[in-house]
Design a protein around this ligand. Structure first.
Ligand code: SF4
Length: 240
């Protein structure tokens, strides 16, 4: 089996909070967000045998406790991703997936076969705005992914599940809406960076988080990732 390969980071301490992992990027994504930081791997081909990628992971084996699959959109390549996750599990490592949720059937297969331990699901806007923002109509699929992951987390089929909002200046009012949809799920507000638009600062994101009166994690380029306890006005630095 082959995989359309996007890249490999042998060791990362930022892709899975509290863990050293390696990160495998799979090429291709149908969504095409204008702000995508991995735009160079959204299309094109770099076809590699699965064994080559497994070899890369094996070379990091002694330094890591897990593997994160990112992209592009890793769930777009269902069969290679499932095969890679299986190989990772056989090595005794944890599996994390970062996804936009557009391929719920891949997530369902990974969950059913106990091949994933952590899922980070992007929710990019309130549902009513979704299909206007994305290049492909996908709101129903993302909603299905959210429901699948929520149920899997509640039943402990997956250990960790978080929803990630990448937030840009001017879109602050999306946060309360998404937070309501995910009131029972760990929420990450991630600083969006695009072109000349000044990104929201850490303190601005803190004020936005105050409006939803719940703990969140905030990620910024300048501050890394912190846990924020909301209106109690207390920052707790997370070790990453
Ligand atoms: S969904 Fe993710 S990988 Fe795909 S274009 Fe958007 S930011 Fe990039």
């Amino acid at each position: 089996m082959d995989v359309n390969f996007g890249g490999f980071v042998p060791i990362s301490t930022v892709d899975w909070r509290g863990k050293a992992v390696c990160t495998v990027f799979l090429r291709g994504c149908p969504v095409r967000c204008t702000y995508c930081h991995n735009a160079s791997i959204l299309s094109g081909k770099d076809i590699r045998p699965l064994e080559e990628v497994i070899g890369m992971i094996r070379s990091s084996r002694l330094l890591i406790s897990g593997v994160v699959f990112s992209g592009g959109e890793p769930t777009m390549q269902a069969e290679p991703l499932i095969a890679l996750a299986g190989a990772v599990k056989k090595m005794g490592l944890l599996v994390g997936v970062q996804t936009n949720g557009v391929y719920p059937e891949t997530l369902e297969a990974l969950i059913a076969d106990n091949l994933v331990d952590r899922i980070a699901l992007d929710i990019k806007a309130r549902w009513q705005r979704y299909d206007n923002l994305m290049k492909v109509p996908c709101v129903g699929k993302v909603q299905r992914s959210l429901a699948l992951c929520r149920a899997a987390h509640q039943s402990r089929k997956i250990q960790e599940f978080e929803v990630v909002i990448t937030l840009f200046r001017g879109y602050e009012d999306e946060v309360p809406y998404i937070a309501r949809e995910c009131s029972d799920i760990d929420l990450v507000i991630q600083q969006g960076v695009q072109g000349d638009i000044p990104p929201l600062s850490c303190s601005e994101l803190k004020k936005i988080a105050d409006q939803i009166s719940r703990p969140v994690r905030i990620r910024t380029r300048e501050g890394g990732e912190i846990s924020y306890e909301g209106s109690r006005d207390r920052w707790i630095a997370s070790e990453r």
